[in-house]
Write a protein that binds this ligand. Structure first.
Ligand SMILES: Nc1ncnc2c1ncn2[C@@H]1O[C@H](COP(=O)(O)OP(=O)(O)O)[C@@H](O)[C@H]1O
Ligand SMILES: [Mg+2]
Length: 235
């Protein structure tokens, strides 16, 4: 059974239907990659799943528990972690203070530094001064300290150097291998498909592909068609 399921989810923005009737599942110990052109509706879907926006229809389940009516905080406490697009660090706070936001004073944050040793020497530096890669590590580490069962990350790789993207992808693989269920939104497909298990592609608010990553990796033309809309087959 999938740990996380979205069934027929629709999400509106300003009364416009942006995401229509989307099904999605994420399994424990796997990486699901959600691809799609700019404007396809990926962020809107994640905002609906995390509770930032109230969904217009459908259901969301985590370990069988319905979440579609729960507030974002309750979804987080149920185990749904969410790293928003745009690396939203508290710029004036140090790395260490960012990691401690929302935790008890005595909370052990050594795991964050163990996962991303790069952050150790940056612990007293205001997060606004970190590189893009370090900021991404910081927001991922902060999300992990809340001990999510499912982690959704929006545009993890945007604007980062390939070597950093590769580093982050390997970390995603490690976290999945330890049991986490990961939903990774990416606009740049190749590296994500290489590290991922299951792939989804959205186009104009609808899911146009749900299948394994390898199939898409081996058929770049097919992926290209999904982005441009000339493919109409599923699976
Ligand atoms: N605040 C908003 N109000 C109305 N429409 C929006 C808003 N934000 C995004 N949209 C529209 O929703 C669609 C999907 O956007 P988005 O979910 O950000 O796509 P993606 O993350 O795949 O790039 C786009 O057509 C975009 O113009
Ligand atoms: Mg987006």
């Amino acid at each position: 059974m999938s740990i996380f399921k979205a069934n027929s989810v629709s999400v509106n923005r300003a009364e416009l239907a942006i995401v229509n009737d989307v099904d999605l599942q994420v399994e424990r110990g796997t990486i699901s990659v959600l691809l799609g052109a700019n404007g396809a509706g990926k962020t809107t879907l994640l905002e609906g799943l995390s509770g930032v926006i109230r969904i217009a229809g459908g259901t969301i389940e985590l370990e069988g528990q319905p979440l579609q009516r729960a507030r974002p905080g309750a979804r987080a406490r149920a185990g749904l972690g969410y790293v928003e697009q745009g690396r939203t660090v508290f710029r004036e706070l140090t790395t260490e203070e960012n990691l401690r936001v929302g935790l008890h004073d005595s909370a052990d944050i050594s795991e964050a530094y163990a996962l991303f040793p790069e952050l150790v020497q940056r612990q007293d530096v205001p997060a606004g001064l970190l590189s893009g890669g370090e900021q991404q590590m910081l927001v991922i580490a902060r999300a992990l300290l809340t001990r999510p069962k499912v982690l959704m990350i929006d545009e993890m790789s945007a604007g980062l150097a390939p070597v950093i993207v590769g580093r982050l992808m390997q970390t995603m693989r490690k976290l999945a291998d330890e049991g986490l269920a990961i939903l990774l939104v990416e606009q740049f497909a190749a590296l994500a498909l290489d590290v991922g298990d299951r792939a989804y592609v959205m186009r104009r608010g609808r899911m146009v592909y749900d299948g394994d990553c390898k199939t898409l990796l081996d058929a770049p033309d097919k992926l290209h068609d999904f982005y441009l809309g000339s493919a109409n087959t599923e699976g």
